[in-house]
Design a binder for this molecule. Sequence first.
Ligand code: SF4
Length: 143
Amino acid sequence: MVAVSACLLGLNCRYEGDHRRSVDTQEILNRLQCKNVVPFCPEVNILGAPREPIDLFRFHDRIEAVGRESKRVYTKKIELEAERFKKSFDSVNLFIFKSKSPSCALCSAKVYTPEGAVMEKRASGIFAKKMKIWYKDAKFMEI
Ligand code: SF4
């Protein structure tokens, strides 16, 4: 089974109501001849689309996902989406994540200081971080 950030498959689940359909993702799926593809989008499940964008901020020892306009903290909700995914799909061989996303990035998300300065550009998104911990035998990539 291959799990893929839904926006890479052409679903309009991004915050602006758009997608990021990816030819590279489709090529990988074609090459793998994979019939069992599971799309996921933690943010659209929580907030729908369109929605306010989310940014990652470091507060002391914790990284939080914060709504850009509302300043609401969505970290726990994204983590609950990760748990829901894990309960539904216990066997995933490959994850293909959307890069730079505060939820889905494997190693390319920006993290800001509470004052709004960029302090890191290679963080994992909240959802991806959980997947890396839980799916020890899976492979991971981002596009
Ligand atoms: S990057 Fe992840 S959270 Fe953002 S739209 Fe794509 S699937 Fe949804």
